[in-house]
Design a protein around this ligand. Structure first.
Ligand SMILES: [Zn+2]
Ligand SMILES: [Zn+2]
Length: 308
């Protein structure tokens, strides 16, 4: 099936952009399989496609398949030109399917699966589907050009396209929902105000200290480092301090009415340099808030005076 895989890939990537090609490919794949499954004419009729072209393509492909099966047989193999023509026809047929799929498909903003345009909710995850189809989303509101699905800016005039605007709005709304959740779940810690997108807040299971993890995506590793430094400053402006036996910038604490608040940024770049994960819980600093470094005993003499 390698040949068909390539045809589908070419057809789909020609008709749509990367962002939606996976979903559209899933819609085109069954049609391609039907075409390949020794019933090219039937599939074409069922799909009201150009039957003549398909039959011609089917003839050549079937002949090639038969030839391959009877390896070393006496029938003449189709010429290279015939095969290329047949494959070209199949390719454009699949391209048409991909375009047709884009016009009649919505993409779920939550799980990324494709759904037919008449659906209001995603059959895969139940999320509300957008009103616009894949094709609507790339029709320019300024000059009217129909762009390739997956495009963000109009190829004719540079205007930002409806699907790109909708995706940005959905992302901003999702971040706002996470920050609202923060004020409910972590009210004692200053809310994140240091930028980024793709925010998430989750309770880490099975931790004695009820640790929450906040993660956020920034444009680069440097931007992420800056954002975390900025957040540490905000914490310190809000009374968080370095405490305990091992005071450090990475662990900041604040004690209010006997409750210890702890922000841990020590391991926050271990997963991804662009996406810090900051941990919040109510644990005490090692050695406690009142830890004092023990004073060294004077050992006397010159050595003691110098190094004691
Ligand atoms: Zn979904
Ligand atoms: Zn335009």
């Amino acid at each position: 099936m390698g040949l068909f895989d390539k045809l589908i890939k070419d057809a789909v990537s020609g008709a749509v952009g990367n962002a939606v090609s996976e979903a559209v490919k899933k819609a085109v794949q069954p049609k391609a399989d039907a075409l390949a499954a020794d019933a090219v004419n039937q599939a074409a009729n069922a799909l009201n496609q150009t039957a003549n072209q398909t039959a011609a393509a089917a003839g050549a492909v079937n002949q090639a398949a038969a030839e391959t099966q009877s390896a070393g047989g006496t029938e003449a193999a189709p010429s290279k030109e015939e095969m290329q023509a047949a494959l070209g026809t199949l390719g454009s047929l699949l391209g048409g399917f991909a375009q047709h799929a884009a016009e009649n498909m919505k993409i779920c903003p939550k799980c990324g699966e494709g759904a037919s345009a008449d659906k209001d909710f995603c059959p895969s995850c139940g999320a509300r589907l957008p009103d616009m189809t894949v094709a609507d989303g790339v029709k320019c509101t300024k000059c009217g050009r129909q762009n390739d699905p997956g495009t963000r800016f109009c190829a004719g005039c540079g205007e930002k396209l409806p699907a790109a605007i909708a995706a940005e709005q959905a992302a901003a709304e999702a971040d706002a929902a996470v920050l609202k959740e923060w004020t409910e779940k972590l009210p004692e810690f200053p809310v994140w105000s240091c930028g980024g997108s793709g925010m998430a807040l989750e309770l880490i299971p099975d931790t004695e200290t009820e640790t929450h993890c906040f993660s956020v995506r920034l444009e680069s590793g440097a931007a992420a480092q800056n954002a975390v430094s900025q957040y540490r400053q905000i914490l310190m402006q809000n009374g968080f301090t370095k405490e305990g036996q091992y005071p450090s910038d990475e662990h900041l604490y604040k004690r209010v009415n006997g409750v210890s608040m702890h922000v841990d940024t020590e391991h926050c770049f271990e997963g991804d340099a662009d996406c810090p994960s900051i941990y919040f819980n109510h644990s005490q600093p090692y050695g406690g808030y009142d830890y004092k470094k023990p004073e060294k005993k004077q050992s006397g003499g010159l050595f003691g005076a110098l190094f004691g």
